[in-house]
Design a binder for this molecule. Sequence first.
Ligand code: GLN
Length: 196
Amino acid sequence: MIGVLGLQGDFLEHIQLLKEIDNVKPVIIKRSEDMSNVDALIIPGGESTTIGDLIFAKNLDKKIIEFAREGRPVLGTCAGAILLAKKVSDKIVGETGQKTLALMNITVVRNIFGRQRESFVTDVDTKIGRLKVAFIRAPGIIDAQPPAEIIGYIDHPATGRIGVLAVENNLVAATFHPEITGDKTLYQYIISLIKK
Ligand code: GLN
């Protein structure tokens, strides 16, 4: 069973896409109790400060951290990637002291491509294949320290070459939205990380 954190953001789009994949049962996670039978977790895009506040208010942080440390796959997309990162800043306002789950050894910069109107759809070349995905007020990954590794980059006029996909063992941070374009590559990858 694959859980999608359903506190805020586009969790329903992920659920919809997961339903199209054979042998996958998606479930919306709203409380710690919902995670009991989950093999992999997706933290969706949305507003990272709001999703983060709700995670901590509902004590879901401890549950997600324990889940990740047990080696089960966690995929964070866009706001979800921000919440997985140990270090976060904002291109526009600088350091914000934003609290995250701090599970991955990556540094993420919010709003790195500019404001909402700078959103775009593009192809991304990654170690797991070529993906067609949407960047919506997206962050970029500017650094990864082992065991984390950046495995996907794009070239953008605002940033030059910039990291957009990183992995650290069972954890995956994608600064884009695969659920908008319906590209299933990342879902297949996260499913392949589930220990049989
Ligand atoms: N910029 C948003 C944030 O910081 C993320 C946007 C998104 O998830 N599409 O939360």
